[in-house]
Design a binder for this molecule. Structure first.
Ligand SMILES: [Fe+2]
Length: 413
């Protein structure tokens, strides 16, 4: 701008309208009737539709409000482009004027892309950056989308990001735009009590990593100022509001995730985790995630090649202690707060507090437990270095040596 390197002066906080509380799902028909909508598609997975009554609860609420609700339950875990395409074809026939996602991040991400590709018809891949597609910008607001998370972790209900596994590329790619942020999030903790302990742990650690990475992201006012508000990135770097939210999320997760893991029926712990995951989602949806998440995406690919389908939270969490060990000298105050909140004051070192916390949740204590060896380091680092979108808000310059050090520190802890 004007030939001068002027830094950013403005930050934005983007988030959906939210409704939180036990039984909140029963109000979904009212929430759609306020928008004068008449026909909606519920996007969910086979487990939620057949093994729980969550869809029935939503459908009965829609009926009471004279809204027609159809169900498509073809969502895949870590969804592939082919599964999403099936959902798009289903939705094209129904001419829906709104969408509901009931499920984890996979259902919410799938619903965002079904909504996008039926509101603005194009090939799904066209909205992804080259080499996957044409990198088409999202043309405008998508139809009314309500996210009803049944896990406490991904934060997908708060963000404009959708991640897809492209089958032919055997890799995950994300698309991000503020128009993809759901218009509303319904946060009903009752929907999370059916999560088994392993899923509770992996999704909870994902939320924790969102909060930690958002908290440690490069400050927004150290970025270069955008040419126009339109080109302000989705991930803006840390800012006073996201710092506040991230701290609160780390505190809540430190206290309540071990309790929810130990006893899934502890509704107080479940409610606090559901709130924490949403708060962490708002923090990272605006500040961004960086080093651990940039490594998590290629780790999932490498694991897939070894025949292991790795939960996203495990992939991000396994890099957490290594990342903190590298960042601690640069951010001693923030890292001291992280250590304090995760250990109840018992451990002063952030990477030790996080590795102890992860071990108490029965998650892998290093990449070696996932079958990753020294031979995989370069492939992980090379792939992570390509993720410029995430690394642009890394708190330290994300050179090859930095990423390599994090991976080496993450082999065992
Ligand atoms: Fe994540």
């Amino acid at each position: 701008m004007n030939g001068f390197n002027i830094t950013e002066l403005v930050f934005e906080l983007r988030m959906p309208y939210a409704k939180f509380g036990i039984g909140a799902l029963y109000e979904i028909g009212y929430d759609f009737s306020k928008q004068k909508l008449k026909k909606v598609l519920i996007v969910t997975d086979d487990y939620i539709s057949k093994k729980t009554d969550y869809v029935e609860r939503a459908v009965s609420s829609f009926k009471q409000n004279n809204i027609v609700a159809d169900v498509w339950d073809g969502v895949e875990p870590e969804p592939s482009d082919t599964s999403i395409q099936e959902g798009i074809e289903f939705a094209k026939k129904g001419e829906y004027d709104g969408f509901v996602a009931i499920g984890g991040g996979s259902s919410i991400d799938t619903a965002k892309l079904i909504d996008l590709c039926t509101t603005y018809p194009a090939e799904l891949s066209d909205y992804f950056a080259p080499p996957i597609g044409k990198g088409l910008p999202v043309p405008g607001p998508i139809k009314f989308l309500v996210a009803v998370p049944t896990t406490s972790g991904t934060g997908s209900e708060t963000t404009g990001t959708a991640v897809v596994t492209f089958v032919t590329k055997k890799s995950k790619f994300g698309v991000t735009h503020e128009y993809l942020i759901p218009k509303m999030a319904i946060l009903d903790p009752l929907l999370t009590i059916s999560m088994p302990p392993k899923l509770t742990a992996s999704t909870g650690v994902d939320a924790l990593m969102h909060a930690i990475e958002a908290y440690l992201a490069k400050p927004y006012n150290t970025r270069e100022r955008p040419q126009s508000p339109l080109s302000r990135p989705a991930y803006q770097g840390s800012m006073p509001i996201t710092d506040f939210l991230a701290e609160k999320a780390i505190l809540l997760i430190g206290e309540h995730l071990p309790r929810a893991y130990a006893n899934g029926l502890n509704i107080e712990a479940r409610a606090n985790m559901h709130l924490a995951a949403f708060i962490a989602g708002v923090a990272f949806g605006n500040a961004g995630v960086h080093l651990a998440h940039a490594l998590a995406l290629p780790l999932s690919t490498v694991a897939m090649e070894k025949g292991v389908k790795l939960p996203h939270g495990v992939a991000a969490g396994v890099f957490g202690p290594g990342m903190l060990k590298v960042l601690e000298p640069f951010y001693p105050e923030k890292c001291s707060i992280i250590a304090n909140y995760l250990s109840g004051g018992a451990i002063s070192c952030a990477h030790e507090a996080l590795s102890e916390f992860i071990k108490t949740l029965g998650l892998p204590s290093g990449l070696h437990e996932l079958g990753i060896t020294e031979n995989d380091i370069d492939a992980l680092v090379d792939a992570a270095l390509m993720n410029k979108r995430l690394l642009s808000i890394s708190p330290i310059i994300p050179e090859r040596d930095v990423l390599k050090k994090i991976v080496i520190e993450s082999l065992r802890y």
